[in-house]
Design a protein around this ligand. Sequence first.
Ligand SMILES: [Zn+2]
Length: 169
Amino acid sequence: MKLTLDRMCITTNDLCLTCSKKMKSGEASDIDIKVGKVIIHASKQNKELNKITLNKIILTPMGAFLIVNEGDKKRFDRSGFVLLNELSDAIGTDVFIIEKHKKAEKFIENLISPVEPVSISTVFIPPFGEKEIKIQIKKEDQGKLSFPQETLSNIVEELFGVKAHYSYT
Ligand SMILES: [Zn+2]
């Protein structure tokens, strides 16, 4: 199991220098400790959780997104809604488990699934030609999207350094 802070530091509440630095820089917060404690506790029942890697926790107005390695989502799913509820209770907001991916396109596809985008492309926004990812969605799928554009853009920007927007066709 790899969490956003050391397992030992989370368990003992006694942070080493590296973890303290992460807290001070804002890379991690109390939420990382709370989430870590819940996952460590749940791993006593669900041994599969010992194999997970939690890369990052992204907070949005919609909830906290736990970015895990590819293949880890099913390890969480084994614990069912009980674990998700415990995580939500611990940090006071909804929790989503999302698998990371090297490619932004693939990551976005996973994120907005089951909605299938018509296309995902990089566009350049005038006047400064800033890169942004455009996700083309069929108009009739608009109502099925689980994340508002702002949330999606927050997450994509945190992970890939570019904003993203929906475009309806
Ligand atoms: Zn530590």
